[in-house]
Design a protein around this ligand. Structure first.
Ligand code: 1YM
Length: 642
């Protein structure tokens, strides 16, 4: 790991370096000023404070391993590192050991005055003493110079003298603390939150090993990433089920002023996501550094597209288009970070924007110049975003223009009904042209419209919004419905109050039906919620017994019918329809289209979580859950249609 700085005195720290002294009463009186609040975030801030001191020691090149343990009680935490150990020598003026001064006086400096990239600033770096102030028990153990020292504290005060406890080898600092219940209404730490924080630190400081132990469960996790931010980016893509559109990631690493590391890639996802850090501290609200990064990306990509004249005629690229799908991580080190906002999670240093803008833009332009195929893939991704944006705006405008001009925009293959009253109009979405033909002939053209779909529809669970909106089958469907999608959705413009999915009664038909329902669920949820979406049930069997004709939707129904009629009227003739295309228009009308004799199943959502989980399992990018789903059910299935 790269040691960034050895501090004002290098290793030769002495107690006289500690300058400012102030008691801890103010911290106990107004804890919010120091840790943001006494809620769960404030409680965890105590851990981050101690952890960040250990990470600083590692960043400065003196520690390589940090361990955090959550004790059995869920409210005591131990943090330890294998650094130099907090100094224990006696301060000549205050006649107290340095360790005691550091842990019992506010802003006991030395460390924070002039030391380059400690985590100091904002709520962070308020010092370990804040943790002492807000704990009813704190024990510090320091291994230094062959001796292990120990001192105990409570509510900001030393309750024992610093004493030698062991002869040891090696060096390091271990701090165990229990937050004061007088201060915190609840003192239950969240193991997951701590583990996540450690994992992020491992990505930010490559080579550093961080270990988390949860004594209650006996679980232990070890975090170590030689690949740093690149590994972090890979992890973010897996977590978000995002697929990159370029094989490489853009990487920028800079050791001199200001030290900075940046990795980014474009994905198919419709969102942009920026993860920024200053001095190893997350800045979830962004700030000046993030603004610089964003403007650099926009400039570099626009420049490439303009120089190579790649923009299709009539299309303009906005800043958002150039960033759609981006996943970016920026880690920056500043000597004097100014944090802003209620929770101090936003960077305010104004000079940083232009610095980052210049640095990243130059490097990204270079990357694009030397990686032509990737640069072109990025350009295409950006152009797709712009097209999708203008397509959805066009769709919205068509909707706004009202029904007369809207009719002019209806897809060519739609056989519309003559009624203009949505309440009585029905749209049948039919699989394939031949079934579409039968349906067109069998329908009542006054109130029934037919939209034939060709082949399989796009799986919208795995595609970006831009892909969805530029997909021909789906955009035809959206134009036919008239109500727009997502943000431009307007229920009052819906042209049919019954939308019926009419598919073959086989596995392909079921698959298309699932794909369409996924699209409705993700982009037209209000149509399902409003009860406008139906599944039409064409029969699978025609059973003729003598002069009587029966229809059966599945094998069970067919068998029941045959059993009931057995011996009644001669031999039964059973016909199994291979697909809707085989049905003549009259049969289709009688069994499936005619409101007097058809069966329509209304699509409803009974349980949002279960629906969500099913869609992710069946339609998501991750193959494993789907594989498990199939394998769990395989034994119960007699016949598999492949
Ligand atoms: C489990 C928490 O606090 N480790 C730690 C802290 C310090 C040092 C080493 C350290 C720093 C320096 C010199 C220096 C701290 N030192 C100070 C102060 N782990 C944990 N490990 N020698 C040791 O920065 O010059 C505050 S924290 F104030 F002494 F500099």
């Amino acid at each position: 790991m790269a040691g960034r700085n050895n501090g004002p005195n290098g290793n030769s720290y002495t107690a006289k370096d500690i300058t400012v002294l102030e008691g801890l009463e103010p911290v106990r009186k107004r804890p919010g000023m120091y840790i943001g609040g006494v809620d769960s975030a404030g409680l965890h801030h105590l851990v981050w404070e101690i952890l960040d001191n250990a990470v600083d020691e590692a960043m400065n090149g003196h520690a390589s391993r940090i361990e955090v343990m959550l004790h059995n009680d869920g409210s005591t935490v131990t943090v330890s590192d294998n650094g130099r150990g907090i100094p224990t020598d006696m301060h000549p003026k205050f006649k107290k050991p340095a360790l005691e001064l550091i842990l019992t006086t506010l802003h006991a400096g030395g460390k924070f005055e002039g030391l380059n990239y400690s985590h100091s600033g904002g709520l962070h770096g308020v010092g370990a003493s804040v943790v002492t102030a807000l704990s009813d028990r704190l024990v510090a153990r320091v291994k230094r110079g062959g001796v292990e020292w120990e001192q105990k504290f409570a509510r900001g005060k030393a309750i024992s003298a610093l004493k030698e406890v062991n002869q040891v080898r090696g060096s390091g600092t271990t701090i165990t603390f229990h937050p004061d219940p007088e201060i915190f209404p609840s003192i239950t730490f969240k193991p997951k939150l701590i583990a996540e924080r450690l994992e992020t630190k491992a990505y930010l400081h490559k080579g550093l090993t961080l270990i988390f132990r949860d004594q209650a469960t006996g679980e232990e996790s070890k975090y170590h990433h030689e690949d740093g931010l690149r590994a972090y980016l890979a992890q973010l893509l897996v977590e978000g089920q995002k697929k990159a559109v370029i094989p490489e990631v853009f990487t920028l690493e800079r050791e001199d002023e200001p030290p900075l590391e940046c990795v980014l890639t474009w994905t198919e996802s419709p969102e942009e996501s920026f993860h920024t850090f200053v001095n190893g501290i997350p800045t979830p609200f962004g700030g000046t550094h993030e603004a610089g990064l964003k403007s650099a990306i926009v400039k570099a990509v626009r420049n490439y597209i303009n120089v190579h004249d790649l923009t299709p005629k009539g299309l303009t690229l906005t800043a958002e288009d150039t960033r759609e799908g981006i996943v970016a991580i920026l880690s920056l080190y500043l000597k004097e970070p100014q944090f802003q906002g209620q929770t101090k999670e936003k960077l305010g240093n104004p000079e940083v924007t232009a610095q980052i803008d210049t640095l990243v833009r130059t490097a990204l332009e270079n990357f694009l110049l030397h990686n032509r195929s990737q640069a072109d893939a990025i350009a295409q991704r950006v152009i797709l975003a712009a097209k999708a944006r203008s397509a959805s705006r066009a769709a919205l405008e068509t909707v706004r223009k009202g029904s007369v001009s809207h009719r002019l925009n209806l897809p060519g293959k739609l056989a519309d009904c003559s009624s203009t009253s949505p309440e009585m109009s029905e749209l049948f979405i039919v699989e394939g042209d031949s079934a579409g033909g039968s349906a067109k002939q069998g329908r009542d053209r006054i109130f029934q419209a037919i939209l034939p779909l060709r082949g399989k529809v796009l799986n919208t669970e795995q595609a970006s919004l831009s892909k969805v909106l530029t997909n021909k089958e789906l955009s035809d469907l959206v134009s036919a419905l008239g109500c727009g999608v997502d943000k431009s959705f307007d229920l009052s413009k819906l042209r049919y109050h019954k939308i019926c999915l009419l598919m073959d009664a086989d596995s392909d038909g079921n698959h298309i039906c699932t794909l369409l329902l996924t699209f409705f669920y993700r982009h037209l949820l209000d149509l399902i919620r409003g009860g406008y979406v139906y599944i039409a049930r064409p029969p699978l069997y025609k059973i003729e017994i003598g002069k009587e004709v029966f229809w059966a939707n599945d094998d069970t129904e067919k068998d029941r019918l045959l059993a009931q009629r057995n011996g009644h009227a001669g031999k039964a003739q059973v016909q199994r329809f291979k697909g809707l295309g085989e049905m003549n228009p009259h049969t289709l009308k009688e069994t499936t289209l005619d409101p007097r004799s058809r069966t329509l199943l209304r699509v409803t959502i009974e349980n949002v979580e279960r629906t969500e989980a099913s869609i992710q399992t069946l339609m998501g990018r991750d193959v494993q859950p789907r594989f498990e789903f199939i394998m769990n059910r395989a034994p119960k299935v007699e016949e598999v249609d492949v």
